[in-house]
Design a protein around this ligand. Sequence first.
Ligand code: NAD
Length: 492
Amino acid sequence: MSDTAHPYLSRPGPKLLLINNQWVPALDGRTFKSINPSTGLVLAEIALAGAADVDVAVKAARAALEGPWARVKPAERQRVLLRLAQLVDQNFEELAWLDSLDMGAPISRTKAGRQRAVGMLNYYAGLAINLTGDTIPNSIAGEVFSYTVKEPVGVVGSIIPWNGPLSTSIWKIAPALATGCTIVLKPSEEACLTPLRLGELLMEAGLPPGVINILPGDGQAGAALSEHPDVDKVAFTGSTVTGQRIIRASAGNIKRLTLELGGKSPDIVFADANLNIAIAGAGNAAFQNSGQVCSAGTRLFVQRPIYEEFSERLAKFANSLVVGDSMQKETQLGPLVSARQLERVTGYLKDGKQDGARAVCGGERVTQGQLANGYFVRPTVLADVRESMSVYQEEIFGPVISMMPFDTIDEVIARANATTYGLGSGVWTEDLRTAHRMSSSLKAGSVWVNCYQAMDPAIPFGGYKRSGYGRESGRHHVDEYLNVKAVVMKIG
Ligand code: NAD
């Protein structure tokens, strides 16, 4: 099927904003074009939300919060989540297709996301009927009964990046539905199609008007949402720089914030590791989704006795990966999301070369053949890296590993932690003591041992340091969407 023959894309007219269960154009009539990064061709025209649209959507979300949605019982919220899980499952092929077309993740990768997408909705459906406070023994004079109740934090502005449009949308929508909040979701301007199609499924699942509003827009719409005085919380996933802007913008009405930000995660291979799993493991840790993964293991430390062998075998692994159009089933690495991202990644490669880093494999854009019009960069392993280089220090968000040797465990702990980020980390070893020592010493929200980026709705995910605060997934995620109210009652 060609791109435009896709049933969703072939519908006439631009894709519109979802506000109050209505599909509406932007108030100022602006639109933008979504581009297929594999080909550079236009996929769809989409309404571009501005500050005025954000304001209308926030009003709709507020009205729903204080109106019909407030009276909906937990069991009904659970039913909506379960119904949505069913609809996502039934329509999964189409959602995966849209994700791949719009942001360039290989179709093999997006199709493999079914369990995660459906599993998350089922998980939060379970939490929806399990939001409990405590009864608290107190020492106040007289007979005083005290307990806590948990209440929805209110209207949530959810702002997401482009690197996993379906799963990140669900990660924001599901906890809000579970807790009784309402949402204005702003997808990234680079990948709006799946969130919009998800909006149709949400309406089919029977969601009352105003509970979830979806507004494609750029940074201006995001900024309007972050500073809006009637938004109670912002749940943000994106870069650290934007996260810092959101912190500042949220000060006006002291919004609650959860921030899932960038990373430059260490991946550490000890000499005793099982190289048959560690080589592909370390490669995939950085190359998956063409490196457009916040927790990608991009600083690779390999213990000196195996460094040369590891480097050769990793380069061989990287060269074996099939780089291609995201819609081809054999593709393992698709394009970067946009021309802008391509420029950013190739800029880093150029800087690295100038600074003296050597590409053991890759190191360049694909400029020949059918892929020349898309935004493809070959998987790259850089050796001779020094810690002062920008390729080592900064988040590239492309398929690029900076590889360095190390000698001792103390040394690698210090070097792994010498970063402003703290999102993911990986350890490859067969020694239990090394695994324990490393997992307790690494300053990161996730430590994966003999695996990487293994995610589950029940396992919390989030950052230390400039990788953000708050956790997504896990039973405490819903607390980020709840206020705790203490009730103290004199009864005697
Ligand atoms: P980005 O920060 O440029 O944009 C993210 C979102 O913020 C987009 O929707 C964008 O329109 C919006 N935005 C831009 N300026 C804004 C502003 N001033 N106020 C409010 N919103 C604004 O990030 P990106 O390039 O889309 O995504 C890549 C980044 O996201 C990387 O740094 C990556 O590490 C991070 N990321 C983090 C996680 C995580 O879970 N920690 C997951 C995925 C991506």
